[in-house]
Design a protein. Structure first.
Lengths: 124, 196
């Protein structure tokens, strides 16, 4: 559907914002390594989609909050300028559920997305 | 800014690119004008000219709205979630999710249009995807066009310094300098038929 101006957007639309496919991730808030939570395998497939987890690691992924997931969260938090906690804190989940481009942030496990800043950090 | 692995780019002989819409979308001219505006934003800072073609045959870039699985192995996922994706040069594929609610803005500047909505500003997404078509990857700079995410109701269409530095790293600047109004019209031409 195309809306040609803001006033043509029906009120119903204001509610759809909470009906996107990734909204379910919000219930994972506060999870951390060692826990087993229903829905973490879906989140691992999200991270695989955007290049943070390899195909091999996601093939038989479980609902365990393991090292693979923690590493993916670390890198994601770096790429999106979030505090690197390795946990599913609220600011990280808020970013995860936002609509986005389908192109991956990382290809073949390499992320240049924050590359420049990382390089400068290394030099310093 | 970042690039695709191996920094693919359009070959030197390809600076006048044509783009076409898949006919089955039956897009209105109003929607097609959004794409023309988005292409202009990149042609102003690069050596590229973008011309719309009515024929898919021979077009450098093919644009289409698709739902769910659409044959490229990267299915869309309904409203919100992934909005669109694009291929690296010189493939020229730009796919948008037809399950989204798209807002056709009036061409205004970047701003927050609505506080909470599932409606996504079409031009903002198209400017981003054209960055991929030309060879840019994602950026961590939040006001950059190549930042991967955008909230419903937000509009972000002006290229940031990060975007311009990245694209000019690949192709250099606009040989006409400022890419001002009159040049914009000569640079951004639309064919009436399959002339191109």
């Amino acid at each position: 559907k195309f809306y040609t101006n803001v006033s043509s957007i029906p009120p119903l639309q204001f509610l759809n914002a909470t009906q996107n496919a990734w909204e379910t991730f919000s219930k994972l808030a506060g999870c951390h390594i060692g826990e087993k939570i229903d829905g973490l395998s879906k989140l691992k497939r999200y991270f695989h989609r955007f290049g943070y987890i390899s195909a091999a690691a996601v093939d038989n992924c479980t609902d365990d909050f393991d090292d693979v997931l923690q590493s993916a969260i670390d890198t994601y938090q770096k790429n999106f300028n979030l505090k690197v906690t390795g946990k599913l804190d609220s600011s990280t989940l808020r970013q995860i559920v936002k609509p986005r481009c389908g192109n991956p942030d990382m290809i073949d496990g390499v992320s240049e997305m924050n590359g420049g800043r990382k390089l400068r950090t290394t030099e310093r | 800014y970042s690039f695709f692995p191996g920094k693919p780019r359009w070959p030197k002989r390809k600076r006048d690119l044509t783009y076409a819409f898949v006919p089955q979308n039956n897009l209105t001219d109003e929607v097609k004008r959004v794409f023309a505006r988005a292409f202009t934003r990149w042609s102003e800072v690069t050596p590229f000219n973008f011309t719309r073609s009515e024929s898919l045959v021979g077009a450098d870039i093919v644009i289409g709205f698709f739902s769910g699985e659409h044959g490229d192995g990267e299915p869309f996922d309904g409203a919100m979630g992934t909005l669109a994706h694009a291929s690296s040069p010189p493939t020229g594929m730009l796919h948008l999710d037809s399950d989204e609610d798209w807002l056709i803005s009036d061409g205004g500047i970047s701003r927050r249009i609505l506080p909470v909505t599932s409606v996504v500003d079409l031009e903002s997404v198209v400017v981003h995807e054209i960055g991929h078509l030309l060879g840019l990857g994602h950026s961590s700079v939040e006001d950059a066009i190549m930042f991967p995410a955008i909230s419903g109701g937000d509009r972000k269409v002006e290229l940031a310094k990060d975007d311009i530095e990245g694209i000019q790293h690949l192709y250099g600047g606009n040989p006409n300098g400022d890419g001002g109004g009159e040049k914009k019209s000569s640079r951004q031409s639309e064919t009436s038929g399959g002339g191109s």
